[in-house]
Ligand binder design. Sequence first.
Ligand code: FO1
Length: 315
Amino acid sequence: MKAPVLALAGGVGGAKLAAGLNQVLEEAQSPLNIVVNTGDDFEHLGLHIAPDLDSVMYALSGLNDTERGWGMRDETWQCMSALGRLHAETWFSLGDQDLATHLVRTQMLRDGATLSDVTAHLFAQLGVHASVAPMADQPVRTIVDTDAGTLAFQHYFVREQCAPEVRRFDYAGAAEATPATLLARTLADPTLRAVVICPSNPFISIDPMLAIPGVRDALAATTAPVVAVSPIVGGAAIKGPAAKMLKELGLAVSATGIAEHYGELLDGFVMDAADESLAGALTPLPTLVTQTMMHTSADKRALADQVLAFCDGLT
Ligand code: FO1
């Protein structure tokens, strides 16, 4: 059995690189384990919504809407219109096809399956071969402390459109959670090839994982190289509110700010060619400067190939 790669992912950027790694490693018949943030999960209209798991699932199965960044392509919104007619909550858009995912997940959880079981089942139904799991089977919920009060993550992100100023993040339930089996087992695997922290928002996609007891220590203890890809290019987030958050938290709005945020955890860092002038500031951290924008499936593959070669060179 070849050595596995572990990808930590959340959000649109995370799903894109996870899809690239999946293409490259599937062709090489090498194992890929993807662990996904569930700090964005919430109960809505009686359903368990897991946006980041679904972004990865739709990206890897090719069902994703590339324009919108979340949800499924060729989506319809009949249920949302009907909810509007009933004066029910419509601030969070659930597509008709996407609803099927939430229905199956919610039913299985209610029948006693774990979120890891449900995730493996859903990915298998859509023909994805990579092993994918949530970061934990217990609920961990990102809470955003803002100048407009304390907000549940999706209330901050979607309902309030990230407008309130962020003061800090909390990950409710993290202290009581345990890493999902796939995460714990992969981090303890002495043959682990690399850990790739995808170009995800560090505060809302990766820090919820690091808040689970044992994860940070296991990342520090693994002999595999831990490499992060910057979600900040040219002082702006590729997508989403990462730059706004860095600024509001008083951190450098740059690829350097991201590397500094992960600090000692990293054995290597990947930043975009647009930020080449910043690479020296990270010395002695080995840094790969390359094209990190992923518009096409060829871009995702190319970045995955380069990141893997960089990791292998660090070992
Ligand atoms: N993002 C939005 O900006 N508006 C929405 O109405 C919305 C609905 C939605 C439904 C299902 C799903 O899987 C994701 C959805 N997202 C929506 C994206 C999601 O809120 C965020 O992208 C993530 O939580 C942040 O990574």
